[in-house]
Design a protein around this ligand. Structure first.
Ligand code: FO1
Length: 319
């Protein structure tokens, strides 16, 4: 069984841990990773969503945070601050710096991001094939009003420095229109038996991947079940601040609204949490098969059950 998953950061990575447990041994999982969160700091290219998947599945993640390395120290960060070199609001740890140094060295040597990611995964062995959505630079920026002035800030500044405390007027994946799917992305979609949208941010994670020309079309035309899991439970994001960016694109923070946002042209099936069982009828009315099952990834067993439910719904849709 060949499974393709469009993954963002923490939610997507956690879901993948359960999916790995849920699938038969001969299954192959390809993860198309969001790179719109990428940021260039201290002369290094940082790829938060790719690293979260790699560290989470490779056993190096800081579990509580869902990002960065476990057993981390911040001496380099402290030394940079002592030189007055910022930004201080983005917590890069000493172990994490090594990943960004190796990545940046390889990019500077001319390797595309997809080859770099493959090389980094040789160390971490995530047990999935991790491909960036594109080898081209795409960086999500957010239009906000600060001190009465309208500005565009990098997604990480909005998310980490501002904690999404101000309204987002618009979310723009800069460079997406000119970006091409990375090598292997369209092939993986064409060869997939099932395509999954994990509980990642529908705007800045899954939405950014779909913004790369060719990817949305490839999924819509793949002719295999496409099943998503709602990142919104009980009208609120399970984690993170997805509601802030959903508002920016005019989508209500409900499980049904997110399904409608993806649309029946893309989605064949949608899992909502049991607390949102009332949404099933509306989602089905939108032409998307819907089931209400527990969606809280409280532990590996719960996540594995969710993954099984998604695969079961895919088979139901396929029939
Ligand atoms: N998130 C935070 O809330 N605070 C941080 O200081 C922070 C640092 C950081 C460093 C490396 C990295 O890969 C991720 C980091 N994140 C941090 C998380 C990051 O903002 C999010 O994981 C994604 O961009 C959204 O999924």
């Amino acid at each position: 069984m060949r499974i393709v998953v469009l993954a963002g950061g923490i939610g997507g990575a956690r879901f993948l841990r359960g999916l790995k447990q849920a699938v038969p041994d001969d299954a192959a999982i390809t993860v198309i990773g969001n790179t719109g969160d990428d940021i260039h700091l201290f002369g290094l290219k940082v790829c938060p969503d790719l690293d979260t998947v790699m560290y989470t599945l490779g056993g190096g993640i800081n579990e509580e945070q869902g990002w960065g390395r476990t057993d981390e120290t911040f001496h380099v960060k402290e030394e940079l601050a002592a030189y007055g070199v910022g930004p201080e609001w983005f917590g890069l740890g000493d172990r994490d710096f090594a990943t960004h140094i190796v990545r940046t060295q390889m990019l500077d040597a001319g390797y595309p991001l997809s080859a770099v990611t493959e090389a980094l995964c040789e160390r971490w062995k995530p047990g999935v094939r991790l491909i960036p959505m594109s080898d081209d630079r795409v960086e999500t920026h957010v239009a906000v009003t600060l001190d009465g002035e309208r500005r565009a800030v990098h997604f990480q500044e909005y998310w980490v420095k501002l904690r999404a405390s101000v309204d987002a007027h618009a979310v723009v994946p800069v460079g997406a229109e000119q970006a091409k799917p990375a090598p292997g992305v369209l092939e993986a979609i064409a060869e997939a038996d099932v395509i999954l949208f994990p509980p990642s941010n529908p705007v800045v994670s899954v939405g950014t991947i779909l913004a790369v020309p060719g990817i949305r079309e490839a999924i819509a035309e793949a002719g295999v079940p496409v099943v998503g899991l709602s990142p919104i439970v009980g009208d609120a994001p399970v984690r993170g601040m997805a509601d802030k960016v959903l508002a920016a694109v005019g989508v209500d923070s409900t499980a049904a609204a997110v399904a409608e946002h993806y649309g029946s042209g893309l989605l064949d099936g949608w899992l909502v949490d049991t607390v949102d069982a009332g949404a099933v009828e509306r989602v089905e009315a939108a032409g998307i098969r819907c089931r209400a099952v527990p969606l809280m990834m409280s532990d590996l067993d719960a996540t594995t059950r969710m993954a099984c439910e998604a695969l079961a719904l895919a088979e139901e849709v396929r029939a």
